[in-house]
Design a protein around this ligand. Structure first.
Ligand code: SF4
Length: 287
């Protein structure tokens, strides 16, 4: 049977387990290691996520190309000012931007599911940690559930911007984060999949159009909006809003939309934001 939402939900029901516990067991069996050993690996991953999410908050970090940077520090410094989102959400946005900037400066990040979309899941997990004062160990259910969502999308569709547009990268990252947050919030497996589906639906059709082909702009902005997408999706699922379309069908629709996208909108820097006069000027300057 495919590793699909239907399969995971079925297994969760049969075993009476949350998504995280089922996926932990499934992955440990697949890797031929103990679940405790897998936890250790996940804790190391969490630590790298945490470091990259904090690195650019107070000291502006610029990309290797020199084209962009410093967004994270600006948002971090602004978080206590008068704003629509408030300190908590803006702090998370700054963390998502930080990971994006660490990536563009060739620093160490965890691809989640890709380098371009790597800021969303760490910002989500750290938000949960801050809000409920959780230990790193207590974030593992969120990380495992996020992993299950990423695995389904990678196997049943695509997580590549070149293949399916940014919906497949930042959309998948937001779906992973939304499901992880939902589980940390005490959500059922069904609620986790509703949240993941909402996050993908919110950005369906999102193109991949990085200026000069560098994973910088608009990539960092999409990490920023991705974390807010994850918060909205998790809260809606926990509020009892249900998706009218099952997650597997949402994933399939996203894949079909990606296939319908012209090549110019799939990481070639030939369309969208990358094709604007301002972007072309930057391309000449920095490429
Ligand atoms: S715009 Fe393209 S390169 Fe940038 S994060 Fe999205 S999918 Fe990745």
């Amino acid at each position: 049977m495919h590793f699909s939402a239907e399969f995971v939900l079925d297994m969760c029901r049969q075993k009476n387990l949350p998504v995280s516990a089922f996926f932990r067991e499934y992955e440990a069996d697949g890797a031929g290691i103990s679940q405790e050993a897998l936890d250790q690996r996940m804790l190391e991953i969490l630590q790298v996520m945490k470091e990259s999410a904090n690195k650019a908050l107070e000291t502006p970090l610029f990309s290797l190309s020199g084209m962009s940077g410093g967004f994270s520090t600006k948002v971090w410094n602004h978080r206590k000012e008068n704003s629509f989102l408030g300190e908590f959400v803006l702090g998370s946005v700054a963390k998502a931007l930080s990971v994006s900037e660490v990536n563009a400066s060739m620093g160490k990040i965890v691809a989640a599911p890709t380098a371009g979309a790597a800021g969303i899941l760490p910002a989500a997990l750290l938000a949960a940690q801050d809000k409920w004062e959780l230990e790193a160990q207590e974030l593992l259910p969120g990380l495992y559930t996020a992993g299950a969502i990423g695995k389904i999308i990678a196997q049943e569709a695509t997580i590549s911007g070149a293949d399916g547009g940014c919906q497949a990268e930042c959309g998948t990252a937001a779906a992973m984060a939304a499901a992880g947050l939902t589980e940390i919030l005490g959500g059922t497996p069904e609620e986790c999949f509703h949240a993941a589906g909402f996050a993908l639906i919110h950005v369906m059709g999102l193109v991949c159009d990085p200026i000069a082909g560098f994973v910088e702009f608009p990539c960092s902005l999409r990490n920023a909006s991705g974390i807010v997408n994850a918060f909205i999706s998790a809260d809606m699922a926990k509020a009892g809003v249900v998706s009218l379309v099952p997650f597997d069908e949402v994933v399939s629709a996203m894949y079909q939309v990606g296939k319908l996208m012209p090549e110019a909108l799939r990481e070639t820097a030939l369309g969208g934001i990358a094709a604007t006069p301002a972007a072309k000027k930057l391309e000449e300057e920095f490429l």
